[in-house]
Design a protein around this ligand. Structure first.
Ligand code: HEM
Length: 384
């Protein structure tokens, strides 16, 4: 009904505003997010070092590292990579993103009455329910130890606001258990796989194009040396910045962004779109636009460099989409991708496994709601 639709839109607006404020307070406020990511870089480097230059799948450590950033903003602390509850939550969220892109679930999205027979859908619901149980468990612990004077993260803010609205008898407050749990679930899901998949593409591309990797490492050695990279350094690393942008452009991890429904009749560029129509913004059409990019289908960091080797931003670079629903974590994600990527390349040289040539490294994406690299292994050879 119209009334129900209005309520959902209203709730989304309030939750988006709340999430943005808290991302700023507990992470986006540049310094503290930077500190959290730098601390996580050390854990990730330790994890990669354990493989002693032998081939391994980078998926789990990268997922755990990126998940720890959003976790420390939401819950107020990070998890060990060996923590079974944390591993379970991240692995299930990751599996759900993969299953959501499977043909059977796409079919279900078009014909929802098929739901009962779709095995992948059942698995998605099972994973979601397990993750909700884990979230409730973590929130219960935070509730028991809550001190309104010392907010540890977004959950504490939510609980305090919830209590305040209850005490003041606010009617139809948006701050209730359901919105609390789903805000956490969505931030966790949106903030983990996307950033980790981008980093996996980055490392795979470095192994496939060693001459590009050499140039990034040459720039890092010349400008930074062995000290920790900081966000401030980005402007002095034009080649590295171009490589990161080109990775995001080519990786195109959210090719159809997220579908939206028109809230009223609109006429867009001469086309009439009826209220209630599902609209898929095709980010691929911009990221691979032949009139915008010299060689849209190849990995070419030159797309973001001018003739003097300076970084050149491009309007058609929109992996985070645009407009009122633009990715809420864009600032955080950009910081994470930059700091994780540069720290890893300072410490390791990425190569294909023994017996696999660079040409044989496959850039075909795996099917999923987001586009990740197909399963593969890489060697992280220490540079020291
Ligand atoms: C490289 C990493 C990332 C990419 C490429 C990415 C991309 C996107 C895209 C394309 C959308 C859809 C925008 C639309 O509906 O038009 C989106 C939405 C969203 N993203 Fe990200 N994202 C990334 C990382 C993150 C992180 C780290 C967070 C954590 C805070 C996050 C949180 C969200 C949320 C909450 C939404 C939904 C916003 C809304 O519907 O109002 N994302 N993202």
């Amino acid at each position: 009904s119209n009334e129900k639709h209005k309520q959902i839109v209203f709730s989304w607006k309030e939750m988006r505003r709340f999430a943005l404020t808290n991302l700023r307070d507990f992470g986006m406020g540049k310094r503290s997010a930077e500190e959290k990511i730098i601390e996580e870089c050390h854990h990730l480097i330790q994890e990669f070092t354990k493989h002693d230059g032998k081939a391994f799948d980078t998926t789990q450590p990268l997922n755990y590292a990126t998940s720890n950033i959003i976790s420390s903003i939401v819950y107020g602390s990070r998890f060990e990579y060996t923590d079974p509850q944390f591993k379970g939550m991240v692995d299930r969220a990751n599996e759900n993103i993969r299953l959501s892109g499977s043909p059977s679930v796409q079919l279900y999205n078009m014909f929802p009455w098929l739901g009962h027979w779709i095995k992948n859908r059942k698995q998605i619901m099972k994973n979601k329910d397990r993750n909700l149980t884990d979230i409730r468990d973590l929130v219960k612990h935070l509730k028991e130890t809550l001190n309104p004077q010392v907010r540890r993260g977004l959950v504490d803010s939510f609980l305090i606001r919830e209590q305040k609205d209850k005490d003041s008898d606010v009617v139809d407050s948006h701050y209730h258990e359901n919105n609390r749990i789903f805000t956490i679930l969505h931030l966790f899901a949106a903030g983990t796989d996307t950033t980790a998949a981008t980093l996996r593409w980055g490392l795979l591309l470095m192994a496939k194009y060693p001459q590009v990797q050499d140039q990034v490492q040459e720039e890092l050695s010349r400008v930074i040396g062995s000290r920790q990279v900081q966000v401030e350094d980005r402007k002095n690393l034009p080649y590295t910045d171009a490589v990161i942008h080109e990775t995001q452009r080519l990786a195109n991890i959210a090719p159809m962004s997220i579908p939206h429904i028109t809230s009223r009749d609109v006429t867009f560029q001469g086309y009439f779109i009826k209220k209630g129509t599902a609209v898929f913004p095709l980010l691929t059409s911009v990221l691979y636009d032949e009139s915008e990019w010299e060689s849209p289908y190849t990995f070419n960091p030159g797309h973001f460099l001018n003739e003097h080797g300076q970084f050149m931003p491009k309007e058609a670079f929109m992996p985070f989409s645009a407009g009122r629903r633009v990715c809420l974590g864009e600032g955080l994600a950009r910081m994470e991708v930059f700091l994780f990527f540069t720290s890893l390349l300072q410490h390791f040289c990425f190569t294909p496994p023994c017996g696999v040539t660079e040409d044989e490294l496959d850039l075909t994406p795996a099917v999923g709601f987001t586009l990740s690299p197909s399963p593969h292994q890489l060697c992280a050879v220490s540079r020291f």
